[in-house]
Design a protein around this ligand. Structure first.
Ligand SMILES: [Zn+2]
Ligand SMILES: [Zn+2]
Length: 322
């Protein structure tokens, strides 16, 4: 049986790009150190800040919450979890349950926002009414609700569980389609814009998907295995991930080189042409005066709902202890 390169105990993982075989304890420490280094290097979280970690119920959010829960003592920040219940049938029911179990396990406060309760429809019905792909509607709704939640909770950061595989695939797609503005969006930390948008950070940006999976598993953190039923195995994103992992197996470390390089260079790519301005309906970030959430809800529900939704979120926060 292979042995840990550091202590000689039985190895549970091989990290080829670092030429290491690691036992359980040393693997967990390896992942935690990687995340801590990323957080410090890119100034993702400063002492005294309040962080909202967005959790979907999957393995990456389990790892994100698990590692941040350990780092918060050392780095000195406050941490709350937020879950968006998308209203996608059984998938959402189980994802929500996994998120609640995770919060319990880590002893962290959790705020759940239900798209059905806030908007009267879940994501699939909203997408049908808007005649748009479910994933694009889901993206707009999630981004808006998380930002609104962070603004209303006076948080300094929203942390998401994007891993190195997600970011590498996204970056290659942006390059292939020449949507170079999208490369800039892959920065590990974007700044806050006073009153409009809360800083987004990606503490797992250099953690491989299989490292994230193994971390959650070895720590015994609860998570739900299933993919969203709307995610398709025929999509370009999926093929790009497969391709990058094939490359990685022949050239260990190439994925890490890509995401770390992008983290350094993201600012060199073009940004949005327009300055962000407050949405005329809800006051949150927009480019051109109407945010994509208010535009979507105008179309689907007959009126822009950003303002009302912000109010509902505010009362939810007041009634909770976050
Ligand atoms: Zn060891
Ligand atoms: Zn708006």
């Amino acid at each position: 049986m292979a042995k840990c390169s550091l202590c000689g105990a039985p190895a549970v993982a091989e990290v080829r790009y670092a030429r290491l075989r690691l036992c359980r304890e040393h693997f967990l420490e390896f992942v935690e150190r990687k995340v801590e280094r990323a957080v410090r290097e890119h100034h993702m979280i400063r002492r005294g800040e309040k962080v909202v970690a967005a959790i979907s119920g999957g393995k990456d959010s389990a790892t994100l919450a698990g590692v941040l829960a350990r780092l918060r003592e050392r780095l000195g920040f406050g941490l709350v979890l937020a879950h968006i219940d998308l209203g996608i049938g059984e998938y959402s029911v189980r994802s929500r349950r996994a998120s609640e179990r995770l919060a319990d396990e880590l002893g962290l406060p959790l705020l759940v926002l239900s798209v059905e309760e806030l908007l009267g429809d879940g994501v699939p019905r909203l997408a049908m009414k808007a005649r748009r792909p479910a994933c694009s509607v889901c993206g707009i709704v999630k981004r808006y609700l998380l930002n609104a939640l962070a603004i209303e909770a006076r948080a300094d950061r929203v942390a998401t569980g994007h891993n190195a595989d997600d970011i590498a695939a996204y970056a290659l797609k942006a390059f292939l389609t020449q949507n170079l503005e999208d490369l800039r969006k892959q920065k590990p930390a974007t700044p806050s814009i006073e009153g409009l948008a809360v800083s987004r950070v990606k503490p797992l940006y250099s953690v491989y998907e299989k490292e994230s999976y193994l971390y959650a598993l070895l720590r015994g953190l609860p998570f739900y295995h299933e993919e969203c039923p709307h995610a398709r195995l025929t999509s370009l994103d999926f093929h790009l991930k497969e391709m990058i992992n094939k490359l990685e197996s022949r050239h260990p470390g190439i994925k890490l080189q890509l995401v770390r390089g992008l983290a350094r260079n993201a600012d060199r790519y073009p940004g949005e042409d327009w300055e962000p301005v407050p949405c005329r309906h809800c006051g949150l970030i927009s480019y051109g005066g109407e945010c994509s959430f208010c535009r979507l809800t105008s179309r689907v529900k007959g009126e822009p709902l950003g303002g009302k939704v912000r109010g509902k979120i505010r009362s939810l926060i007041e009634g909770s202890h976050i």
